[in-house]
Ligand binder design. Structure first.
Ligand SMILES: Nc1ncnc2c1ncn2[C@@H]1O[C@H](COP(=O)(O)OP(=O)(O)OP(=O)(O)O)[C@@H](O)[C@H]1O
Ligand SMILES: [Mg+2]
Length: 515
């Protein structure tokens, strides 16, 4: 029998009520870049957690072999010593420690127990330069944005001597530029003989950087093929077991009266109080409208949202009007009372309550809607939440399952359900389809379309350019805190939007689409 560099054979793992992975076989060669794709909850992360020692020897059945030799791992560091490193879907950095300390968490350069700060910072700086991240190694990780944190986790993997690098949806929070840097790195790894297992819902990306594709469905491996024999449509139909024809709902909405007006709105940096991270932004959002907000990471989109809902810790300036009446909110609960709801981008930190059930996580912000005189109507809660679980195809054993055991994409769908159940007039959604599979994405797009048609005003912050152009009535582009364009997606191409986002002005000379 031919020996492969890495072999996983007959892998099976069961959780209460869920057979997460079953009969899984995977063979990878050195230097191969393998995509692992599949719907939310298909078992991708679980299978890779087995390979990387998160689920230790004994918790699963089956065999793992490297160079023909059977290996078992008793934990993550054990797998790392064998050259297998995973960059997880949910980042696990220590917020209170510095960038440098996080990079070398278990291997701080020390003499006689005293950490050599000089060596630490200079080694950290080398890695930061290598991953192209322009932050100081001395600042605390909590000061960083999601994208920057993700780069740190990737940098951390580089610091170890990797033979097999597992990336679980690494680009879901990265900008285009940051993704490109990562893809360059993956190519370098490939040439150095490092095998890479790459989980992603972005099929375009899978097709361009991976040598081969493994499709999982319901815990099983459905097919493995060289990428050249695959295309997006084939992958999608293998993933979801049917063809997907209409990706975005046709835009037939009729935006009505202005619901939200933002005027000369600025948000100030937390550290440098003179610096504006959102700079004099003005726009209107109508009832029945989906208004896309595109920009690179750091353009100020999340800061704008945080400011508007009263969650920004620093100074804000300018006016926010709902139905022509000025609103002043100093926290997210007040914002909800004023009719302004927010779906946070960072689901782990601001989103889910890990040890609570799926059901409680969905209803936590709308208790009043399912209560009579302050008592929660359990029947009503179950009924409402069952509908969400089916409408959004949330894959969970029961409504009482702890949300932390759901797959990443399914957690995301739960917090979207939470915001919808609050029933506010203005919904600000920050990367709502991040980590969501293609099938479920279309369900979310249809849902947003229906919500808008029912009169909701939706502000959709997204880094997914095809998505922003496909679903929005209008697209705002932000660049370095400023609003630099308001575009009609029907009359704009991706290239042009990217031009505005990267340079702050139109790159298609002679064609005026702004205003
Ligand atoms: N610790 C756990 N306890 C119970 N069930 C779990 C646990 N971890 C995963 N599961 C279940 O196993 C199944 C596979 O989950 P997994 O996270 O591997 O999916 P995934 O393919 O990575 O999905 P996504 O694309 O959403 O990240 C899901 O039904 C999930 O709810
Ligand atoms: Mg996953």
């Amino acid at each position: 029998m031919k020996k492969h560099f890495l072999e996983m054979e007959s892998i099976r793992i069961e959780f209460p009520g869920v057979l997460a992975v079953d009969q899984a076989n995977i063979n990878i060669e050195a230097g191969e870049v393998r995509a692992i794709v599949g719907e939310n909850g298909a078992g991708k992360s679980t299978l890779m957690k087995i390979l990387s020692g998160v689920y230790a020897n004994g918790s699963y059945t089956g065999q793992i072999r490297i160079d023909g030799k059977a290996v078992t791992f008793n934990g993550v560091s054990d797998a790392e010593r064998n050259g297998i490193t995973m960059v997880p879907q949910e980042l696990n950095l220590v917020d209170e420690l510095s960038v440098a300390e996080n990079l070398f968490l278990n291997q701080l350069p020390a003499t006689a127990g005293i950490v050599n700060q000089q060596a630490l910072y200079s080694k950290a700086q080398e890695i930061l330069t290598e991953i192209g991240l322009d932050v100081s190694p001395t600042i605390k990780v909590k000061e960083l944005g999601v994208a920057q944190k993700q780069m740190i986790v990737i940098g951390k993997a580089l610091g170890n001597q990797v033979k097999v690098l597992i990336l679980d949806e690494p680009t879901s929070t990265l900008s285009d530029l940051e993704s490109k840097i990562l893809f360059e790195k993956i190519r370098e790894f490939k040439h150095a003989g490092i095998a890479c297992l790459y989980i992603s819902h972005r099929l375009e990306e899978v097709l361009s950087i991976c040598d081969s594709v493994t499709v999982m469905r319901d815990g099983r491996i459905i097919q493995t093929s060289p990428t050249r024999e695959m295309n997006e449509q084939k992958i999608v139909s293998l993933m979801i077991g049917r063809d997907l024809n209409h990706y975005y709902p046709p835009i037939t909405r009729q935006p009505e009266k202005i619901k939200l007006s933002v005027r000369d709105y600025s948000v100030y940096d937390l550290k440098l109080p003179d610096r504006k991270v959102v700079d004099n932004v003005s726009f209107d959002l109508r009832a029945g409208e989906i208004l896309g907000v595109f920009g690179l990471v750091g353009a100020g989109r999340t800061e704008l949202a945080m400011g508007l809902i009263g969650a920004w810790q620093g100074k804000t300036e300018g006016r926010c009007l709902i139905d022509n009446k000025e609103v002043h909110v100093s926290n997210p609960s007040e914002a909800i009372r004023a009719g302004l709801g927010y779906l946070p981008e960072d689901r782990k930190r601001q989103g889910i309550i890990p040890d609570m059930s799926v059901s409680s996580n969905i209803s936590v912000s709308s208790i009043d809607k399912i209560s009579n005189f302050g008592v929660i109507d359990k029947m009503k809660e179950v009924e409402t939440n069952k509908k969400f679980v089916s409408d959004l195809a949330i894959k969970t054993a029961t409504l009482d399952t702890h949300i932390k055991t759901l797959s990443g994409g399914n957690q995301q769908k739960c917090i979207l359900a939470r915001l919808i159940s609050v029933d506010v007039d203005v919904m600000i959604l920050d990367e709502p389809t991040q980590g969501v599979d293609v099938g479920a994405k279309t369900e979310i797009y249809n849902l947003l379309d229906q919500l808008a048609k029912a009169g909701k005003a939706i502000l959709l912050i997204s880094s997914d350019l095809p998505e922003v152009l496909g679903i929005s009535d209008r697209v705002l582009v932000m660049h370095q805190g400023k609003l630099v364009a308001s575009l009609d997606p029907q009359k704009t191409n991706r290239h042009q939007v990217l031009g505005f986002a990267t340079l702050g002005h139109d790159t298609n000379i002679g064609e005026d689409v702004s205003g």
